[in-house]
Design a protein around this ligand. Structure first.
Ligand SMILES: [Zn+2]
Length: 79
């Protein structure tokens, strides 16, 4: 099975994995809820290909930066 990882934020191609023996736990899919799986995974067993929506490094960094920014706003420090 080939897994193609696409960024959920910017739709960029992240990379791909080719796995012969795999299970959901191995790929971390077992931690997803049914709704999340529906949203993030598109597995085509006939074509032996699946699309996995993940987050690319650029968007991840943006998210972290935004998170830190908002944390700073929420909890101002007046030392
Ligand atoms: Zn991205």
């Amino acid at each position: 099975m080939r897994f193609i990882y696409i960024c959920v934020e910017c739709a960029n191609y992240i990379g791909e994995l080719e796995l012969t023996n795999w299970n959901e736990a191995m790929l971390g899919f077992d931690t997803l809820t049914f709704a999340e799986k529906q949203e993030l995974l598109d597995l085509d067993f006939g074509q032996r290909q699946g699309t996995v929506k993940a987050i690319c490094e650029t968007c991840y960094k943006k998210k972290i930066a935004a998170q830190l920014f908002y944390d700073g706003v929420d909890k101002p420090s007046f030392h």
